[in-house]
Design a protein around this ligand. Structure first.
Ligand SMILES: [Zn+2]
Length: 111
């Protein structure tokens, strides 16, 4: 599957301001949106979206655009602002630490 990275200025709920975000598409769909300033990233949980009023917006932004039009950016920003962020926000560092702990545990088991 093709992986495409696009950058766009979007509102970050963690920084509480507009920052540059990296939008990662795997195939034709958004896999992850990362704030390049605080490294918080969002993985879109479709189950959350599907039960949410943001569904219409999600349908518009989930598919990779031909190019980042200002209209698309606006839709994406609106979508992110309307999402229940506490559900989908995963601080990058926390995930990384968790993986490291897992690796240590695995390692000590082998020893
Ligand atoms: Zn941020």
């Amino acid at each position: 599957m093709s992986v495409t990275k696009m950058t766009s200025e979007l509102y970050c709920v963690n920084c509480e301001k507009n920052t540059i975000h990296e939008v990662l598409y795997v195939g034709d769909h958004i896999e992850r949106i990362t704030c390049l300033e605080c490294e918080t990233y969002l993985e879109i949980d479709e189950n959350v979206v599907l039960s949410n009023y943001a569904l219409d917006l999600w349908k518009r932004v989930r598919t990779k655009p031909e190019r980042m039009t200002s209209e698309f950016k606006e839709d994406l920003s609106t979508f992110l602002c309307s999402m229940p962020m506490r559900v989908v926000t995963k601080p990058y560092r926390m995930v990384k630490e968790f993986k490291e702990i897992k690796d240590i545990t695995k390692h000590s088991r082998e020893v």
